[in-house]
Design a protein. Structure first.
Length: 79
């Protein structure tokens, strides 16, 4: 019984058996496999979302700017 358990544990090939185990990480966004450096980069971006804002289309940025200008002008001119 003990011998069977010992053989079963030995067949699992744990990390201490001498074989290196590859580090595998999965993306939190889409579940795809990542390398350790890609995982670290994704983790950093998720923890600091303001550091790398997504790009905004020029047309959308122009509309937002005009809306902000309109808001300022409406505070000066009430009609």
């Amino acid at each position: 019984m003990a011998l069977a358990l010992l053989l079963l544990l030995w067949a699992q090939a744990p990390a201490w058996a001498g074989e290196p185990t590859p580090l595998t990480f999965t993306s939190r966004l889409d579940g795809r496999p990542l390398s350790p450096s890609e995982y670290a980069l994704e983790r950093e971006r998720l923890q600091n979302p303001d550091r790398d804002p997504p790009p905004v289309a020029a047309e959308l940025q122009e509309v937002v700017t005009l809306l902000r200008l309109r808001k300022v002008l409406r505070s000066w001119v009430p009609f």
